[in-house]
Write a protein that binds this ligand. Structure first.
Ligand SMILES: NC(=O)c1ccc[n+]([C@@H]2O[C@H](COP(=O)([O-])OP(=O)(O)OC[C@H]3O[C@@H](n4cnc5c(N)ncnc54)[C@H](O)[C@@H]3O)[C@@H](O)[C@H]2O)c1
Ligand SMILES: [Zn+2]
Length: 359
């Protein structure tokens, strides 16, 4: 059991935290209790919550699962249900799900009657290690991811690693890309432990989550509104987001984490070119990604589209494509421009290196 604090809210990690959740609900003494879940967490996670919470009176609102439902239409549905249930500002909302439920539930709570308290109960690895922490809440709008949102903090975040047991393997690997990112950015010792992994089974999830969350906590605490150092968390994401978008309508889309894993390899290579990250580390990252994620060939004809997508990235200024890069494990740098040839080379490096075991 472990508790971290971020600005003014606690992040409780561990399977023994149920009494703390019960105590928080009791202390807040809400007029009504609302649980938001999606179609999967309603089946896999809600029964456990209900068993542990021991609160007879609560309402459940369920949205369909998946990113394509992180929309204004879903918010409208949630708000309609909140109206029907006659919730007031003393009601409490528990967001039980992955990043979609957490981001959208938090946003809906903040805007309903100018804001009611909410608690994040993340159930996917991505949400436990990343999305539930840091105060960013948003939905997708006009085909632009996370374009409508705000910064706001929950009453608390409770991370129960036991929920990961029902998470599909592909989702687990996807979330793991953020664990790799955090270790590289802020915990060289953790990176040293992770770099030799070739499977995600048998990991000590509670310890791993605490370690990974500490990195995000430190960075967000220093720069909650992303004026500077928080940009480091975009490491792997400039290339990653472009790949995610480019493959979105293909026959086999990439998950966010699969795209970020490739992005990490490319951006480590760019880090070598621009800020002297050792080739040894670049190869270690490529090796880990190769052993945990399926290979995707990024063909040359995708390059113009990828560059166009990177150009539109919100982090850019003055027509440059800017990156957050790594000088060495634990030493990130941000706002570094890379040119098109360098980016093309980094994709070429991923292509050749991620296949080298099999060729
Ligand atoms: N706010 C932030 O700072 C931040 C950071 C990173 C990502 N995000 C957002 O997070 C979202 C992605 O999060 P995600 O990967 O959790 O997506 P998600 O919420 O869609 O969850 C992924 C899938 O796993 C299922 N699932 C979740 N927990 C489960 C469990 N315990 N057992 C079985 N199935 C389970 C979900 O139903 C869904 O099908 C994106 O919308 C992204 O923009 C936000
Ligand atoms: Zn990410």
């Amino acid at each position: 059991m472990h508790t971290l604090r971020l600005n003014d809210y606690p992040i409780h990690i561990g399977s023994g935290q149920w009494p703390q959740l019960r105590a928080l609900v009791e202390a807040l003494d809400p007029s009504r209790l609302l649980v938001l879940c999606d179609a999967h967490t309603r089946i896999y996670c809600l029964p456990r919550l209900q068993e542990e919470l021991e609160v007879p009176e609560h309402q459940v609102v369920t949205i369909p699962a998946g990113e394509r439902h992180k929309t204004l239409d879903s918010c409208r549905y949630i708000w309609e249900r909140m109206m029907q249930l006659k919730l007031d500002r003393r009601a409490l909302m528990l967001n039980l799900g992955g990043g979609v439920v957490g981001d959208m539930g938090g946003l809906c709570a903040c805007l309903f009657k100018r804001g009611l308290p909410f608690v994040q109960l993340p159930t996917s690895l991505l949400a436990q290690v990343d999305a539930s922490v840091g105060g960013k809440l948003a939905i997708d709008f006009a085909s632009v991811k996370n374009s409508i949102g705000l910064f706001a903090n929950p009453e608390a975040v409770f991370i129960f690693p036991g929920f990961l047991a029902t998470l599909p393997e592909r989702e687990l690997r996807s979330g793991f890309a953020e664990v790799i990112k955090h270790a590289l950015l802020g915990d060289p010792g953790h990176w040293a432990e992770l770099k030799g992994l070739n499977s995600l089974s048998g990991l000590d999830w509670p310890a791993l989550l605490v370690r990974s969350l500490r990195v995000k906590q430190r960075i967000v605490e220093e720069d909650p509104r992303e004026a500077g150092p928080r940009k480091l968390l975009n490491f792997g994401h400039t290339v990653g987001h472009a790949l995610e978008s480019a493959f979105l309508l293909s026959e086999s889309p990439l998950t966010h984490g699969e795209a970020v894993a490739i992005g990490l390899v490319c951006e480590c290579y760019l880090s070598h070119l621009k800020v002297g990250l050792s080739l040894e580390v670049v190869q270690e990252v490529a090796g880990l990604v190769r052993s945990l994620y399926p290979h995707r060939n990024i063909s040359n004809h995708l390059l113009p589209q990828l560059l166009e997508l990177m150009q539109n990235d919100k982090k850019n200024e003055g027509g440059e494509i800017r990156f957050s890069l790594l000088q060495a494990p634990g030493q990130g740098r941000y706002d570094l421009p890379c040119d098109r040839d360098e980016i093309a080379d980094s994709l070429g490096f991923y292509n050749s290196h991620s296949l080298s075991l099999f060729s």
